[in-house]
Design a protein around this ligand. Structure first.
Ligand SMILES: [Zn+2]
Length: 402
């Protein structure tokens, strides 16, 4: 018999409206109002629930408990449109260091904040010695081990959602979405930027090794755990906002393409991208790169500039400042949200969010202010679109926060 019986109530009409709205926005279709779905991850829920990372990561049983209770807290407290089905879905991440750890970075754990990955390459000569990791290297291996235990321990939980039995799903332990460039930046630290200019061939070798390792690990996990079927392929390129458009074409586009070609073929959202830095100069490259979505674009880019470049071509999620959401007044948040809504009003395809990742301690009333702004703006009827994939109809999931 299950020791943990979890009961959640959520208005079914609201849930159906959330799902409709989010699917329509992703398909660039008309919405009754722009959906709101902010970027909150375990770092936010743990702080809200008063749980430290030492306890959270202390073992797979404790971790499963907090993963589930974080989602319960989110469904019951977040005023946005995220709840679309009577279910709980969790993904076993170790915040943003998992991929870097597999490639050899030492991880430093802290009770009060997410772990860090320390650079592991001290000179370009180290790139030659870097080995392509097996799918079980570093935290990838720990995640496989924990996944098995967590799946086994699910029997101890029973979810009653709106009075009925409902599923708790643990997504397969795929590598995280941090892409080749972001991992390279974690491995090399700030020196990477000088190496890109001084030793381009060696850096291509680094990008090639990382991309090969990521694709192999994804392939392995998909063969071992084919279900649930993946519906999106996302690449995080954080750190690449600091290179020129020319360098981005050389050091990111071909490697991200290898990932999309290997893992995203046939998916409506198979060329998804996250970049939350200052990317004005890269927007034309993202258009050429035919991305299917840009989730979590940053507040450091003017929403009008992003809308001019990308709206009508893919769905987008962003970009009210997380600092304003943390420290501002609700009226200020509402004003900022209305500016984003106005920028995207012509083509739709927007999920109103932060840009990007809600800081621990952000008041819920400021997230409610985003919903109020969307309600005040009302319906959005897109004028037309040139989507990468016009048959978009699925719902993507994203993993750890960029
Ligand atoms: Zn980011």
């Amino acid at each position: 018999m299950a020791n943990h019986i979890i009961k959640i109530d959520y208005p079914p009409e609201r849930m159906a409206a959330n799902a409709r709205r989010i699917q329509a926005a992703k398909a660039l279709k008309a919405v009754d109002r722009t959906p709101v779905w902010v970027g909150t991850y375990d770092r936010y829920y743990l702080a809200q629930r008063g749980v430290g990372y030492d306890e959270y990561f202390s073992g797979p049983e404790t971790y499963l408990y907090h993963k589930i209770m974080n989602q319960v807290w989110a469904i019951e407290n977040m005023p946005d449109d995220r709840c679309q089905e009577p279910e709980i879905t969790i993904y076993l991440d170790f915040e943003n260091v998992t991929n870097a750890s597999a490639f050899g970075c030492e991880v430093v754990w802290h009770d009060g904040e997410p772990p860090w990955a320390l650079p592991t390459l001290s000179s370009p000569d180290d790139i030659d010695r870097l080995e392509i990791p097996t799918p079980h290297a570093g935290l990838w291996g720990k995640r496989f081990a924990w996944y098995e235990i967590v799946q086994h321990n699910l029997w101890d939980y029973r979810l009653i959602f709106n009075g009925e039995e409902a599923p708790i799903t643990v997504l397969p332990p795929d590598p995280d979405t941090e892409g080749p460039f972001t991992v390279a930046q974690q491995l090399g630290g700030i020196d990477l930027y000088a190496w890109l200019a001084l030793y381009p061939e060696t850096c291509h070798q680094l990008m090639h090794k990382i991309t090969t390792g990521l694709v192999q690990a994804h392939d392995y996990t998909r063969r071992r755990y084919p279900r649930p079927v993946r519906t999106s392929c996302a690449v995080v390129d954080d750190g690449a906002e600091m290179i020129s458009a020319g360098m981005y074409r050389k050091f990111c586009v071909p490697y991200d393409d290898q990932i999309y070609d290997a893992l995203g073929q046939g998916m409506a959202d198979g060329r998804s991208k996250h970049m939350c830095g200052k990317i004005d100069h890269l927007l034309p490259v993202l258009v050429e790169h035919r991305i299917s979505s840009l989730w979590g674009f940053g507040h450091v880019v003017e929403p009008e500039v992003v809308a001019d470049a990308l709206s009508g071509r893919c769905w987008l999620r962003g970009n009210v400042s997380p600092v304003l959401l943390l420290k501002g007044r609700p009226e200020e948040v509402e004003q900022a949200a209305k500016r984003v809504l106005a920028a995207f009003a012509r083509y739709g395809g927007l999920i109103l969010a932060d840009g990007f990742s809600i800081a621990p301690g952000t008041p819920l009333e400021n997230i409610a202010a985003l919903v109020r702004a969307s309600e005040a703006w009302g319906p959005v009827e897109p004028a037309g679109s040139q989507m990468v994939n016009a048959s978009w109809s699925g719902v993507a999931h994203t993993a750890s926060g960029g």
